[in-house]
Design a protein around this ligand. Structure first.
Ligand SMILES: N[C@@H](CCC(=O)N[C@@H](CS)C(=O)NCC(=O)O)C(=O)O
Length: 223
C-alpha cells in the first residue's frame, strides 16, 4: 500500500490530488504545522531527514520532492495517462513545467512569504525603520518584479489553451497548481490574468481535486 505523509496547507495537497486522479488506494498520514512557526512537526523527520512534506512511501521506497513524486507516480501507475507519450515532442514541455513549478515559480513566492512575515514581526522600535527599509527595498527591487515576471510569463504560456503542456490535462498542471494557488492568495494573481484565473477555476472543478480536499482537510494558503 502506498502511503502519503501529508502536511496541512501544503504542497502535499497536490500529491493527494494526483493519487485521486490516478484512482489509487493509499494510506494518508496527516501532520499539522506548528501554528507559531508554521514548520512541520518533528515526527516527519522520522520519515525523511528533511522533515518536509510531501513524502511518499511505496514498498521499500521513501521519496520526497513533489516533482520527483509526481514523476514517479505517473511513470509507475499512470498507465500512459496524465503525461504525453515519451517519444512525443510535448514530453520535454511536460518535464519543463514539472521542474519549473518548484525550481523557478516557488522561490519568489517563498521570498514574499518570508519578507511579509518579517514586516509583520514585532521588533524593537529603534531598529523598526531599518527593518522596514530592507523589507521595502527587497520587495520593490526584487520580489514584486519577479512575481510579475513569472505571472505574465505563465499567463502568456497558457494563452487561450486550457492546460499548460498541450490539449490534455497532465500531471504538470497539478504540479503548477500550488504556485498558482499561492499567487492567487498572496501575490497578485487577480483579474489582470484571466487565463490563469480560469485555469484555477477549471482545476478546482475537477472531481478528483474535490475528493483530495475532502481527504486532506482544510487547505488554506493564507498563512
Ligand atoms: N521542493 C520541495 C519543498 C518541500 C517543502 O518545503 N514543503 C513544505 C510544505 S509546503 C514543508 O514541509 N514545510 C514545513 C517545514 O519546512 O518544516 C517539494 O516540492 O516537495
Amino acid at each position: 500500500m502506498l502511503t502519503i505523509h501529508h502536511l496541512n496547507n501544503s504542497r502535499s495537497q497536490r500529491v493527494l490530488w494526483l493519487l485521486e486522479e490516478l484512482g489509487l488506494d493509499y494510506e494518508l498520514k496527516c501532520y499539522q504545522r506548528d501554528p507559531a512557526t508554521m514548520l512541520a512537526p518533528p515526527a516527519l523527520r522520522k520519515v525523511h531527514p528533511l522533515g518536509k512534506s510531501p513524502v511518499i512511501q511505496d514498498g521499500s521506497l521513501t521519496l520526497a520532492e513533489s516533482g520527483a513524486i509526481v514523476e514517479y507516480l505517473v511513470d509507475t501507475y499512470g498507465k500512459g495517462g496524465l503525461a504525453p507519450a515519451r517519444e512525443s515532442p510535448q514530453y520535454i514541455r511536460f518535464v519543463y513545467w514539472l521542474h519549473y513549478a518548484e525550481g523557478s515559480a516557488m522561490p519568489p513566492l517563498l521570498m514574499k512569504l518570508i519578507f511579509d512575515r518579517i514586516a509583520a514581526a514585532p521588533v524593537p522600535f529603534f531598529i523598526k525603520p531599518i527593518v522596514a527599509a530592507i523589507v521595502n527595498r527587497t520587495r520593490t527591487a526584487f520580489i514584486d518584479p519577479q512575481l510579475e515576471l513569472h505571472l505574465d510569463y505563465l499567463e502568456a504560456e497558457l494563452g487561450s489553451r486550457q492546460w499548460f503542456v498541450g490539449d490534455d490535462f497532465t500531471a504538470a498542471d497539478i504540479q503548477l497548481s500550488f504556485p498558482l494557488e499561492a499567487a492567487a492568495v498572496r501575490a497578485g494573481l487577480d483579474s489582470r490574468r484571466p487565463g490563469l484565473q480560469a485555469f484555477l477555476a477549471r482545476i478546482h472543478a475537477r472531481p478528483a481535486y474535490r475528493r483530495a480536499l475532502e481527504r486532506g482537510g482544510k487547505y488554506d494558503l493564507n498563512n
